[in-house]
Design a protein around this ligand. Structure first.
Ligand SMILES: Cc1cc2nc3c(=O)[nH]c(=O)nc-3n(C[C@H](O)[C@H](O)[C@H](O)COP(=O)(O)O)c2cc1C
Length: 193
């Protein structure tokens, strides 16, 4: 069984992303080897770079009980991630960058996939940038992604996309993430760095 953190990057009062994250959590239930859990960045108001430490030592230096140490503990508990991110001014939300930059080892050697959303580009400019960030964090970014075009998007009462196209994309993403999660989990256990 692999633990997947579905990171909801939008913290806006009214946000489209919450429905997309919940939709993914529902779809993940059919993947019996995945246990997906919501990680809502609203609950993790991590400060900007107030902790002047090198990335490699960051987690160790946090005082027990601090928000950062609890964030590290939370992220350490997952084997892989799906980041649900909007596109803001052709990038991803600042809160997400703080959350990513706050840790280093907790992200290392774990797979990450994206569900992005926005206008005509479906948030893909945000997810493309995130793939570069993931490489620096020694994560393994997935090829498979879900890019939702909000313009004229058909959704049900829960805000879940109704088009079969998106469901297929999401299932593919989950299948691929499941594979990489197992491979990398085994790698971390058998070849610890
Ligand atoms: C500050 C801001 C900047 C935005 N910039 C873009 C953009 O560059 N490209 C795009 O496709 N959509 C852009 N949008 C539209 C958002 O993708 C859309 O509002 C989306 O619903 C935001 O996600 P959220 O509702 O989960 O916060 C922007 C929205 C905001 C609030």
């Amino acid at each position: 069984m692999a633990a997947i953190g579905v990171i909801l990057a939008s913290v806006r009062e009214v946000r489209r992303g919450e429905a997309f994250a919940k939709w993914l959590l529902e779809l993940a239930k059919s993947h019996t080897n995945l246990e997906a859990e919501l990680v809502d960045l609203r609950e993790w108001p991590l400060p900007a770079y107030t902790y002047g430490v090198l990335p490699t030592g960051a987690e160790k230096l946090y005082v027990d009980g601090s928000l950062q140490s609890r964030w590290a503990e939370c992220i350490r508990g997952f084997d892989g991630f799906i980041v649900v991110t909007p596109e803001y001014n052709r990038g991803y939300p600042g809160q997400l960058k703080h959350a990513l930059d706050a840790l280093y080892q907790a992200w290392n050697y774990k797979p990450v996939a994206w569900l992005s959303y926005g206008g005509a580009a479906g948030g893909s400019r945000a997810s493309s940038q995130l793939a570069q960030v993931a490489v620096e964090l020694k994560m393994v970014p997935m090829r498979e992604e879900v890019c939702i075009n909000l313009i004229g998007l058909a959704v049900d009462a829960q805000g879940y996309p109704t088009a079969e196209f998106y469901t297929k994309k999401a299932q593919l993403l989950l299948t691929e993430l499941s594979y990489w999660t197992q491979v990398l989990k085994s790698g971390r256990e058998h070849h610890p760095r």
